[in-house]
Ligand binder design. Structure first.
Ligand code: NDP
Length: 292
Protein backbone atom coordinates (compact mmCIF):
# COMPACT_ATOMS: atom_id res chain seq x y z
CA UNK A 1 0.00 0.00 0.00
CA UNK A 2 1.47 3.36 -1.01
CA UNK A 3 -1.23 5.95 -0.35
CA UNK A 4 -1.35 8.17 2.72
CA UNK A 5 -4.54 7.36 4.61
CA UNK A 6 -6.43 10.55 5.41
CA UNK A 7 -7.72 10.02 8.93
CA UNK A 8 -11.16 11.66 9.00
CA UNK A 9 -11.86 10.43 12.51
CA UNK A 10 -8.81 12.19 13.96
CA UNK A 11 -9.43 15.31 11.86
CA UNK A 12 -13.07 15.45 12.98
CA UNK A 13 -11.97 15.18 16.62
CA UNK A 14 -9.66 18.17 16.04
CA UNK A 15 -12.49 20.19 14.46
CA UNK A 16 -14.83 19.34 17.36
CA UNK A 17 -12.16 20.36 19.89
CA UNK A 18 -11.76 23.74 18.12
CA UNK A 19 -15.54 24.21 18.11
CA UNK A 20 -15.74 23.31 21.81
CA UNK A 21 -13.02 25.81 22.66
CA UNK A 22 -14.81 28.58 20.75
CA UNK A 23 -18.16 27.67 22.35
CA UNK A 24 -16.60 27.83 25.82
CA UNK A 25 -15.22 31.30 25.04
CA UNK A 26 -18.60 32.49 23.74
CA UNK A 27 -20.32 31.27 26.88
CA UNK A 28 -17.75 32.87 29.17
CA UNK A 29 -17.24 36.18 27.38
CA UNK A 30 -20.65 36.77 25.79
CA UNK A 31 -22.96 34.66 27.94
CA UNK A 32 -24.21 32.99 24.75
CA UNK A 33 -24.66 29.27 24.14
CA UNK A 34 -25.02 28.19 20.49
CA UNK A 35 -28.06 25.96 20.01
CA UNK A 36 -28.90 23.37 17.37
CA UNK A 37 -32.45 22.11 16.80
CA UNK A 38 -32.87 18.79 15.02
CA UNK A 39 -36.28 17.79 13.70
CA UNK A 40 -37.00 14.13 13.00
CA UNK A 41 -40.29 13.06 11.45
CA UNK A 42 -41.08 9.35 11.63
CA UNK A 43 -39.06 6.37 12.73
CA UNK A 44 -36.56 5.64 9.96
CA UNK A 45 -33.92 3.57 11.83
CA UNK A 46 -30.87 5.12 10.09
CA UNK A 47 -32.23 8.64 10.71
CA UNK A 48 -32.80 7.82 14.39
CA UNK A 49 -29.15 6.78 14.72
CA UNK A 50 -27.92 9.96 12.96
CA UNK A 51 -30.13 12.21 15.09
CA UNK A 52 -28.99 10.56 18.34
CA UNK A 53 -25.36 10.93 17.30
CA UNK A 54 -25.84 14.59 16.33
CA UNK A 55 -27.54 15.34 19.67
CA UNK A 56 -24.77 13.65 21.65
CA UNK A 57 -21.94 15.46 19.83
CA UNK A 58 -23.78 18.80 20.07
CA UNK A 59 -23.88 18.50 23.86
CA UNK A 60 -20.26 17.29 23.99
CA UNK A 61 -19.00 20.53 22.41
CA UNK A 62 -21.00 22.59 24.93
CA UNK A 63 -23.88 23.62 22.68
CA UNK A 64 -27.58 23.34 23.49
CA UNK A 65 -29.36 20.51 21.67
CA UNK A 66 -33.09 20.69 20.98
CA UNK A 67 -34.58 17.49 19.59
CA UNK A 68 -38.06 17.47 18.10
CA UNK A 69 -39.35 13.99 17.29
CA UNK A 70 -42.64 14.00 15.44
CA UNK A 71 -44.81 11.05 14.41
CA UNK A 72 -44.61 9.77 10.81
CA UNK A 73 -48.12 11.06 10.04
CA UNK A 74 -47.34 14.67 11.06
CA UNK A 75 -49.08 17.13 8.75
CA UNK A 76 -47.15 19.70 6.72
CA UNK A 77 -48.93 22.45 8.62
CA UNK A 78 -47.72 21.16 12.01
CA UNK A 79 -44.15 20.77 10.72
CA UNK A 80 -44.11 24.24 9.14
CA UNK A 81 -45.46 25.72 12.39
CA UNK A 82 -42.64 24.11 14.35
CA UNK A 83 -40.08 25.51 11.90
CA UNK A 84 -41.65 28.97 12.26
CA UNK A 85 -41.25 28.70 16.04
CA UNK A 86 -37.61 27.59 15.72
CA UNK A 87 -36.91 30.42 13.24
CA UNK A 88 -38.16 32.91 15.83
CA UNK A 89 -36.39 31.32 18.84
CA UNK A 90 -33.23 33.31 19.76
CA UNK A 91 -31.76 30.28 21.58
CA UNK A 92 -31.79 28.28 18.34
CA UNK A 93 -28.98 29.24 15.94
CA UNK A 94 -29.10 26.18 13.70
CA UNK A 95 -32.05 24.12 12.42
CA UNK A 96 -31.71 20.76 10.74
CA UNK A 97 -34.64 18.77 9.37
CA UNK A 98 -33.48 15.17 9.04
CA UNK A 99 -34.01 13.81 5.52
CA UNK A 100 -35.61 11.82 4.02
CA UNK A 101 -39.03 13.07 5.12
CA UNK A 102 -42.09 10.79 4.84
CA UNK A 103 -43.54 10.85 1.32
CA UNK A 104 -46.59 13.03 2.08
CA UNK A 105 -44.36 15.97 3.06
CA UNK A 106 -42.86 18.32 0.46
CA UNK A 107 -39.14 18.36 1.35
CA UNK A 108 -38.34 21.41 -0.78
CA UNK A 109 -41.11 23.45 0.81
CA UNK A 110 -40.06 22.36 4.30
CA UNK A 111 -36.34 23.08 3.77
CA UNK A 112 -37.10 26.45 2.16
CA UNK A 113 -39.20 27.45 5.17
CA UNK A 114 -36.09 27.39 7.41
CA UNK A 115 -34.53 30.81 8.01
CA UNK A 116 -31.51 30.68 5.61
CA UNK A 117 -29.30 32.10 8.40
CA UNK A 118 -30.18 29.05 10.54
CA UNK A 119 -30.00 26.52 7.68
CA UNK A 120 -26.91 24.65 8.95
CA UNK A 121 -27.34 21.90 6.33
CA UNK A 122 -26.97 24.53 3.58
CA UNK A 123 -29.88 23.11 1.55
CA UNK A 124 -32.09 26.24 1.47
CA UNK A 125 -32.36 27.62 -2.04
CA UNK A 126 -30.84 30.94 -0.88
CA UNK A 127 -27.74 29.19 0.42
CA UNK A 128 -27.49 27.10 -2.76
CA UNK A 129 -27.60 30.34 -4.79
CA UNK A 130 -25.08 32.10 -2.55
CA UNK A 131 -22.65 29.18 -2.81
CA UNK A 132 -23.13 29.02 -6.59
CA UNK A 133 -22.26 32.71 -6.92
CA UNK A 134 -19.28 32.51 -4.56
CA UNK A 135 -20.92 34.49 -1.75
CA UNK A 136 -20.90 33.88 1.99
CA UNK A 137 -23.40 31.10 2.72
CA UNK A 138 -24.11 28.07 4.85
CA UNK A 139 -22.21 25.24 3.14
CA UNK A 140 -23.53 21.62 3.10
CA UNK A 141 -21.69 19.61 5.75
CA UNK A 142 -20.47 16.58 3.78
CA UNK A 143 -18.79 18.49 0.94
CA UNK A 144 -17.45 21.04 3.44
CA UNK A 145 -15.79 18.19 5.36
CA UNK A 146 -14.25 16.88 2.11
CA UNK A 147 -12.92 20.33 1.24
CA UNK A 148 -11.39 20.75 4.69
CA UNK A 149 -9.55 17.43 4.37
CA UNK A 150 -8.31 18.35 0.88
CA UNK A 151 -7.06 21.78 2.00
CA UNK A 152 -5.40 20.21 5.02
CA UNK A 153 -3.61 17.67 2.83
CA UNK A 154 -2.65 19.89 -0.12
CA UNK A 155 -2.68 23.47 1.06
CA UNK A 156 -3.70 25.19 -2.19
CA UNK A 157 -5.92 23.27 -4.63
CA UNK A 158 -5.54 25.88 -7.40
CA UNK A 159 -5.13 24.46 -10.88
CA UNK A 160 -5.75 20.84 -9.92
CA UNK A 161 -8.05 18.68 -12.05
CA UNK A 162 -10.95 17.57 -9.86
CA UNK A 163 -13.52 14.96 -10.89
CA UNK A 164 -16.67 14.60 -8.80
CA UNK A 165 -18.60 11.42 -9.53
CA UNK A 166 -22.23 12.07 -8.53
CA UNK A 167 -24.43 15.14 -9.08
CA UNK A 168 -26.82 15.11 -6.13
CA UNK A 169 -27.89 18.39 -4.57
CA UNK A 170 -26.54 17.36 -1.16
CA UNK A 171 -23.09 16.10 -2.15
CA UNK A 172 -22.00 16.16 -5.80
CA UNK A 173 -23.13 19.63 -6.91
CA UNK A 174 -22.04 21.58 -3.79
CA UNK A 175 -18.74 19.64 -3.80
CA UNK A 176 -18.11 20.77 -7.37
CA UNK A 177 -18.95 24.40 -6.43
CA UNK A 178 -16.52 24.31 -3.51
CA UNK A 179 -13.71 22.87 -5.64
CA UNK A 180 -14.39 25.50 -8.30
CA UNK A 181 -14.26 28.13 -5.55
CA UNK A 182 -10.78 26.84 -4.70
CA UNK A 183 -9.77 27.22 -8.37
CA UNK A 184 -9.78 23.56 -9.39
CA UNK A 185 -10.71 22.62 -12.95
CA UNK A 186 -13.86 20.66 -12.20
CA UNK A 187 -15.62 17.85 -14.05
CA UNK A 188 -18.92 16.49 -12.73
CA UNK A 189 -19.59 12.89 -13.78
CA UNK A 190 -22.83 10.93 -13.39
CA UNK A 191 -24.68 7.86 -14.60
CA UNK A 192 -24.78 9.12 -18.21
CA UNK A 193 -21.07 10.01 -18.40
CA UNK A 194 -19.26 8.28 -21.27
CA UNK A 195 -16.13 6.29 -20.46
CA UNK A 196 -16.12 7.09 -16.75
CA UNK A 197 -12.84 5.22 -16.11
CA UNK A 198 -10.89 7.53 -18.42
CA UNK A 199 -12.63 10.63 -17.00
CA UNK A 200 -11.56 9.49 -13.52
CA UNK A 201 -7.99 8.83 -14.71
CA UNK A 202 -7.66 12.55 -15.48
CA UNK A 203 -8.29 13.51 -11.85
CA UNK A 204 -5.70 14.89 -9.46
CA UNK A 205 -8.58 14.95 -6.98
CA UNK A 206 -11.24 12.25 -7.34
CA UNK A 207 -14.39 12.55 -5.22
CA UNK A 208 -16.75 9.56 -5.30
CA UNK A 209 -20.36 10.24 -4.23
CA UNK A 210 -22.31 7.57 -6.04
CA UNK A 211 -23.79 5.09 -3.57
CA UNK A 212 -22.48 1.98 -5.39
CA UNK A 213 -20.17 -0.30 -3.41
CA UNK A 214 -16.56 -0.29 -4.67
CA UNK A 215 -17.59 0.86 -8.14
CA UNK A 216 -14.42 2.91 -8.72
CA UNK A 217 -11.58 0.54 -9.48
CA UNK A 218 -7.88 0.87 -8.78
CA UNK A 219 -6.98 1.33 -12.43
CA UNK A 220 -9.42 4.29 -12.70
CA UNK A 221 -7.17 6.23 -10.32
CA UNK A 222 -4.31 8.39 -11.62
CA UNK A 223 -1.06 7.50 -9.85
CA UNK A 224 -0.55 9.91 -6.96
CA UNK A 225 -4.11 11.29 -7.02
CA UNK A 226 -6.05 12.17 -3.88
CA UNK A 227 -9.21 10.09 -3.54
CA UNK A 228 -12.10 11.20 -1.34
CA UNK A 229 -14.69 8.46 -0.88
CA UNK A 230 -18.07 9.80 0.26
CA UNK A 231 -19.96 6.55 -0.28
CA UNK A 232 -21.40 4.61 2.63
CA UNK A 233 -22.64 1.20 1.49
CA UNK A 234 -23.61 -1.75 3.64
CA UNK A 235 -22.66 -5.09 2.08
CA UNK A 236 -22.49 -8.74 3.13
CA UNK A 237 -18.99 -10.25 2.85
CA UNK A 238 -17.63 -13.43 4.42
CA UNK A 239 -20.93 -13.79 6.29
CA UNK A 240 -20.58 -10.38 7.92
CA UNK A 241 -22.17 -7.00 7.31
CA UNK A 242 -19.53 -4.43 6.38
CA UNK A 243 -19.42 -0.78 5.43
CA UNK A 244 -17.61 -0.02 2.20
CA UNK A 245 -17.23 3.10 0.11
CA UNK A 246 -17.77 3.77 -3.59
CA UNK A 247 -14.08 3.10 -4.24
CA UNK A 248 -12.30 -0.26 -4.26
CA UNK A 249 -10.10 0.85 -1.37
CA UNK A 250 -7.52 -1.96 -1.38
CA UNK A 251 -6.77 -1.53 -5.10
CA UNK A 252 -6.97 2.29 -5.15
CA UNK A 253 -4.65 2.61 -2.15
CA UNK A 254 -1.83 1.02 -4.16
CA UNK A 255 -2.11 3.74 -6.81
CA UNK A 256 -3.36 6.90 -5.09
CA UNK A 257 -1.18 9.42 -3.28
CA UNK A 258 -3.78 9.80 -0.52
CA UNK A 259 -7.17 8.27 0.17
CA UNK A 260 -9.98 8.44 2.75
CA UNK A 261 -11.09 5.11 4.25
CA UNK A 262 -14.67 3.97 4.82
CA UNK A 263 -15.52 4.03 7.65
CA UNK A 264 -13.37 6.68 9.32
CA UNK A 265 -12.97 9.13 6.44
CA UNK A 266 -15.68 11.53 5.26
CA UNK A 267 -18.38 10.23 7.64
CA UNK A 268 -17.04 11.64 10.94
CA UNK A 269 -16.30 14.99 9.27
CA UNK A 270 -19.98 15.50 8.37
CA UNK A 271 -21.23 15.92 11.95
CA UNK A 272 -18.11 17.91 12.91
CA UNK A 273 -18.98 20.35 10.09
CA UNK A 274 -22.59 20.53 11.27
CA UNK A 275 -21.33 21.69 14.66
CA UNK A 276 -18.92 24.13 13.00
CA UNK A 277 -21.80 25.52 10.89
CA UNK A 278 -23.96 25.96 14.01
CA UNK A 279 -21.16 27.91 15.67
CA UNK A 280 -20.74 30.05 12.53
CA UNK A 281 -24.52 30.70 12.42
CA UNK A 282 -24.45 31.78 16.08
CA UNK A 283 -21.51 34.15 15.52
CA UNK A 284 -23.18 35.68 12.46
CA UNK A 285 -26.49 36.12 14.31
CA UNK A 286 -24.70 38.06 17.05
CA UNK A 287 -22.35 39.92 14.68
CA UNK A 288 -19.34 38.37 16.45
CA UNK A 289 -16.13 37.28 14.68
CA UNK A 290 -16.60 33.97 12.88
CA UNK A 291 -14.45 30.91 13.52
CA UNK A 292 -11.66 30.51 10.94
P1 NDP B 1 -27.68 10.10 -4.79
O1 NDP B 1 -28.26 8.76 -5.00
O2 NDP B 1 -28.56 11.27 -4.56
O3 NDP B 1 -26.74 10.46 -6.06
C1 NDP B 1 -25.91 9.50 -6.62
C2 NDP B 1 -25.22 10.06 -7.83
O4 NDP B 1 -24.39 9.05 -8.39
C3 NDP B 1 -26.18 10.50 -8.94
O5 NDP B 1 -25.82 11.76 -9.45
C4 NDP B 1 -26.04 9.41 -10.00
O6 NDP B 1 -26.13 9.87 -11.32
C5 NDP B 1 -24.61 8.95 -9.77
N1 NDP B 1 -24.46 7.57 -10.22
C6 NDP B 1 -25.23 6.50 -9.92
N2 NDP B 1 -24.77 5.41 -10.56
C7 NDP B 1 -23.70 5.79 -11.29
C8 NDP B 1 -22.83 5.13 -12.17
N3 NDP B 1 -22.95 3.83 -12.44
N4 NDP B 1 -21.84 5.84 -12.76
C9 NDP B 1 -21.70 7.16 -12.50
N5 NDP B 1 -22.51 7.85 -11.67
C10 NDP B 1 -23.50 7.18 -11.09
O7 NDP B 1 -26.62 9.94 -3.61
P2 NDP B 1 -25.98 11.00 -2.59
O8 NDP B 1 -25.23 12.04 -3.32
O9 NDP B 1 -27.00 11.40 -1.60
O10 NDP B 1 -24.96 10.05 -1.81
C11 NDP B 1 -23.90 9.39 -2.48
C12 NDP B 1 -23.21 8.45 -1.52
O11 NDP B 1 -22.67 9.20 -0.44
C13 NDP B 1 -24.12 7.40 -0.86
O12 NDP B 1 -23.37 6.22 -0.66
C14 NDP B 1 -24.46 8.02 0.49
O13 NDP B 1 -24.75 7.03 1.47
C15 NDP B 1 -23.17 8.71 0.79
N6 NDP B 1 -23.30 9.85 1.71
C16 NDP B 1 -22.40 9.95 2.72
C17 NDP B 1 -22.44 11.00 3.60
C18 NDP B 1 -21.40 11.07 4.67
O14 NDP B 1 -21.62 11.71 5.67
N7 NDP B 1 -20.25 10.45 4.48
C19 NDP B 1 -23.48 12.03 3.51
C20 NDP B 1 -24.31 11.91 2.35
C21 NDP B 1 -24.23 10.83 1.49
P3 NDP B 1 -27.53 10.39 -11.97
O15 NDP B 1 -27.73 11.76 -11.39
O16 NDP B 1 -27.22 10.40 -13.42
O17 NDP B 1 -28.58 9.41 -11.55
Amino acid sequence: MTATIIDGKAFAAKVRAQVAEHVARLREEQGVQPGLAVVLVGEDPASQVYVASKGKQTVEVGMASFEHKLPADTSEEVLLNLIRQLNADPNVHGILVQLPLPGHLNSELVINSIDPAKDVDGFHISNVGLLGTGQKSMVPCTPLGCLMMLRDHHGSLAGMNAVVVGRSNIVGKPMAQLLLGDSCTVTIAHSRTRDLPSVCRGADILVAAVGRPEMIKGDWVKPGATVIDVGINRIERDGKTRLVGDVDFAAAATVAGAITPVPGGVGPMTIACLLANTLTACCRALALPEPK
